[in-house]
Design a binder for this molecule. Sequence first.
Ligand SMILES: Cc1ncc(COP(=O)(O)O)c(C=O)c1O
Ligand SMILES: [Zn+2]
Length: 401
Amino acid sequence: MYHLECVNCGAVYPADEILYNCKICGHLLAVKYKMEDISISRGEWNCRPLSVWRYRELLPVNIPPVTLMEGGTPLYRLTRLGKEMGLSHLYAKHEGMNPSGSFKDRGMTVGVSMALQLGKKSVACASTGNTSASLAVYAAKAGIPAVVLLPAGKVAVGKVAQALMHGANVISIRGNFDRALEMVHDLCLTHGLYLLNSINPFRLEGQKTIGFEAVDQLGEIPDRFVLPVGNAGNISAVYKGFLEWQELGFMDQIPMMTGIQAEGSSPVVRAIRENLPEVIPETNPETIATAIRIGAPVNAEKALTAIRKTGGLAISVSDEEILSMQRDLARKEGIGVEPASAASVAGIRKLVEQGAIDRDERIVCVVTGHLLKDPDTVIKQCEPPKEINADLPSLLSALHL
Ligand SMILES: Cc1ncc(COP(=O)(O)O)c(C=O)c1O
Ligand SMILES: [Zn+2]
């Protein structure tokens, strides 16, 4: 029903070959379905619960999946923030409501299921945090060991806590994420662990369901789809899913894919702004949004295509703009997200201020991970609780009553 195909030269490989890069040109691979063999209607899908697995005909897994009921995340209308920005159709898809608290679970339910389908006995990844948490969770559910490599001192505490508690072998390297990814890639090629970073074509298949769900929830096709961009896997995955829906006749037009990066870590934004054929890696990426602190995004080629082909945009936001939006989402909408996730909505606020987008657009921002992933960054922005004596007068005085 499907094969692997190089995104650059079109070379074709069998579905069960364990391969992360094209043997001819070294570029990444994508899963290609035989669309003519897929006979499913959106009506049939709509009878199933909203989840990653609602769309199983467009996923590569043919064994009972390793699942914790991921997906089916809420799509919230941002009424107060939308009004402030002068946008009447602004939405946030809260991916922090997945089992491990980030969108990575959509990729991992498919990726770890594929590990079992392909007969692999152990899994591994490099991570800015969320991938490691998610892999640890799904490896635990599958009953197989996981190795995760983290950039030392640069991963939010909630994510490290999850990876440790769910039983992964957690290794901190004295280097950044990009180096960790090179190392784990080598480890997997030489020692047979199954690599579950976003260079794995199967993992991204799960992530494309964010787009499917958002369209199903909205009941119409949004004009713009906005994602924070780190390694650029998620924006590429959602775009790939939309192309498939277009091919199946479920969608006539594809939303303008819009990528938001942090100022100190924005090679994709630069490539779009300067109309470069490919990204120029940044050697020392830096941002408070550690989840997207990535200087050499491995999926950049696909992301540039997604943004350019859909007439989308790419913009960077400062750490202050990110944190300000994190507070606004929390206090004005009741939506708790980690800094990287706030970047998508912060990017929209900036684009509106610049007059770069039409105020009538229907805009879906993906907010990718939960507030509790990075409690340190939250606490630093807030006043500490007032400690008082345990009596009513002290309470009234603390409340200025
Ligand atoms: C919370 C969060 N948002 C966004 C991203 C970026 O996603 P991608 O690397 O697919 O661009 C990540 C990646 O780790 C993340 O953890
Ligand atoms: Zn190739």
